[in-house]
Design a protein around this ligand. Sequence first.
Ligand code: SF4
Length: 211
Amino acid sequence: MDPKQICYEKRGQVLVKNLRSRHFEAYYCPNKAAALEKALELIPKGASVGWGGAMSAQQIGLIDAVRAGEYRAIDRDLGQTPAEREKIMKQCLGADVFLTGANAISLDGQMVNIDGNGNRVAAIVYGPDSVIVIAGMNKVTDTLESALTRARTVAAPMNKQRFDTPTPCAVTGACADCKSEACICNQILITRNCRPAGRIKFVLVGEELGL
Ligand code: SF4
């Protein structure tokens, strides 16, 4: 193993322990293939499955596996119009399982997510019976303060490059704390603990995933 993987593994074990102390389920997987296997173990056959902000889930092959598997995928990409996509996004709030990622996770087990429309953070907070977070170890920071900084100054400006709407970070790549109509930083969620216990499940991956 190279030094980065060794470090990820050590930090991953610390984080798993700290997440469990906050009543999350948590698993460390050394690579994408192991993470896909673990995530699929956590999804009951026949479950309705939605997702949002799930680039890391996509990168490990989980979204394709759900689409192809014995599940009821709630897939907003099948919406033909903005109104249809919106309707499908709302259906995700009642899914059996919701797949998502994290903008940052502090080593003491707190997750930070930023959202423009709010659909993703809404599903993390309440609604789906089960939430599965797929996160590369590149998302893990030493403190909650550095997690918030990562989410605001790294993840959000990078994410904004995927959308063709005007904000300062779309032009410069740096956050200017904007109030733009196109701002993607309208909701900032810190998930400190999990209630009911085990509702939110972390699959941590010893690779760099997402933004
Ligand atoms: S400039 Fe606006 S949209 Fe961009 S990261 Fe900062 S607050 Fe978010």
